[in-house]
Design a protein around this ligand. Sequence first.
Ligand code: 8X3
Length: 829
Amino acid sequence: MFECCLSPQEQFIQDQLDGKENHLRNQSAHARAYRILDRISGLTPKVDVQRGRLFTESMRETEGQPLVLRWAKALMHVAKNIEVYIDEDQLLAGRAGAQGRYGILYPELDGDFLDVAIEQLSQREVSPFIVDPEDARIIVEEIAPYWKGKTYHEALAKALPEETLPLTYKPENVLESRYIVNETSSFRSSLQWVHDYEKVLKRGFGGIKKEAQEKLAALDPFSPNDNVQKKPFLEAIILVCDAIILWANRHAEEAARMALSETDPTRKSELEQIAQICRHVPEHPARNFREAMQSQWFTQMFSRLEQKTGTIISNGRMDQYLYPYYKADVEAGVLDEEQAIELFECMWVGMAQFIDLYLSPTGGAFNEGYAHWEAVTIGGQTPDGRDATNDLTYLLLRSKREFPLHYPDLAARIHARSPKRYLWEVAETIKQGSGFPKLINDEEVIPLHLSKGATFDEIYDYAVSGCAEIRMPNRDTYTSGCAYINYAAALEMALYGGRMLKYGDEVIGLPTAEPTRFATWDEFWEAYLAQQINLIKHAFVQQKIIIDLRSRHFATPLGSALHDLCMEHCTDLHQPKIEGGIDLGYFECIGYGTVVDSLATIKKLVFEEKKVGMSELLEALRTNFQGREDLRAMLRNCPSYGNNDPYADEIAKEIDRQSVEFTKKYAKEVGVHLDLRYVPFTSHVPFGKVVSATPNGRLAYTPLSDGSSASQGADVNGPTAILMSNFMSKNYDYRERAARLLNIKFTPGCVADDEGTEKLVSFIKTWCDLRLWHIQFNIINKETLLAAQKNPERYRNLIVRIAGYSAYFCDLSKDLQDDLIARTGHSQV
Ligand code: 8X3
């Protein structure tokens, strides 16, 4: 490695390269998890067909019955018949598939192209999977044929209006996305979600089942509603409670069976204990920390068997709902910090083995790097508004520092009164360099959601879910995958009369005038806005169809069992409307910085200073600046977003305002909030691949800017200027705003030592004062990224921050790697 200040992560990799021993791996808290990790590290995940096969078998038998009941029956069939495993060394039982790293199938979602996709999986450049030949046969002969003509994906493609379809898919092949107005519902049955785990820990599924039985007994036998809607719902809840309890008991049997033949007395006693615990939870309330962890783990793993959970079934506020169990056990002298960390890390390595498998090429392109990020939330405030940090908060931070794994994601809630120690340890953890934790700002989230209808206790108790979003587990009711809009495509359409170079002569957008006809900036701006609004319109049309359609294809009895409102109204969580719910839906602005900078450039150079003619600009763009490096340099020197420059930030604010204004007016018709978000996953890479050269000097088909971050390399005024641009471009007077993801890259040198930590803490406080929603950091030297790109085998363990998650750098496409390299690495806080 080169000579400069290294982050602890870089130092760790350097030590490995130098053959030095990792002293952490033998510590009592981490040794077990390292042993498990060693067995799976670097393995290409396998496809496990069991869930897909069993689910299909049951669905075939139950056609015509109420969907929620069919779903519960299918889960019971899975729970009874799926193989159960207890991993060597593991203390927690519960897998959704085969040993090693694995992905499972959800044919109800996209089984129509399962047979085609399965052939390509092992050949994929990014995130490949292994498919066993016998499993491939089962998929092609037994699973796929049943779903042809029945999947959600096909139904959606058929339901989209003629004008919306070409902005969504290639009309001749609905497997291929156009990357203009993307729906994301066809590659996940549910948007990121947080269960009310506390309910499971306190009542157990036995308690929830009892509640459903009582409600069932109290139904009005003459009521059509009770007979048609409530009865099958409650029967499904009872069945799904039985299913997860049965599944847990099968693990108990397996552990007991293994214990019988185990010769190592220590492991034998561990297996006996696992058997005892699995007999008790999740059926009954947890009696201690270990049972609480096991109960939570069974719940999240069974959720993955239930449905494709949209990359994330988040862990919620682990430092809050687990704390009473932790405290009681520590006080009773039956648990210490090291044992608690060991259990957490058993869970993290369990998560690292389940890989969210995307058959859809679009799903894959949006989630590079085997992405799934089951956010663990720490810190924040209690339901009555006091600081919530406790000993578990610090243990979870410590685990992230000492066990370098990119699962799960860690999210730290920050508020104006966050204690000094917490901010310090958060900054120290960020300085490790693997992107954890991301920060979410109570000062923005809480007042905003009060204005959206939440009560104080609900929103004070929010959990982070997804890249940057939040959930109130008993109040949120929106589960549809949201719409992603390519704002840079709107810009390109304004430049080419509704066309995009990638798609030839087809007028995909509005047929606005050729830009050489515009005499003033205002005329050009109006054309851009018309294109932007048109894309938003189609996103809303998509969502209206999706919300209704999904409820006919998906049900979630387990998710519903854990939701107060679903239980109160006997309505499945995937139904379009649940009384009393808050539907926090979203649409995304992708390519914000790219578009703002491009518009600022056109405004300044073409219309105000008239230094560049529109024809000259268009010619340079069409040829991807060939022979026009001079012009490109001039374009790149214009005012740009991320520099606290009002010239660019005012344009940014107006783009944002126009978007929130649209949702303010039309979201009611869709029936959900459908608010504006700037959260890209990795969509800015495939979206960039359809957008030709842009007037900010960006080369054709390269990544767009991500989230609400500045364009790659455009932020030259230091990191505080980025915060200010973000602040100045937000429309705080609209409640239709939602998450804004912000990526910042620092060199390790500028946050080195205690002085660096202090600077980072001050920076976080400024971010909190400005009521920005989210922020996350890469603390890394550019040279490390370049070296990893060149010699991936030496940097297998290098973790980087991407969207709301971290991943191994070497698992990413070259485009995304280049994007990370191109982001400005600030050397001054
Ligand atoms: C990641 C983005 O679309 O799943 O949080 O909410 S999404």
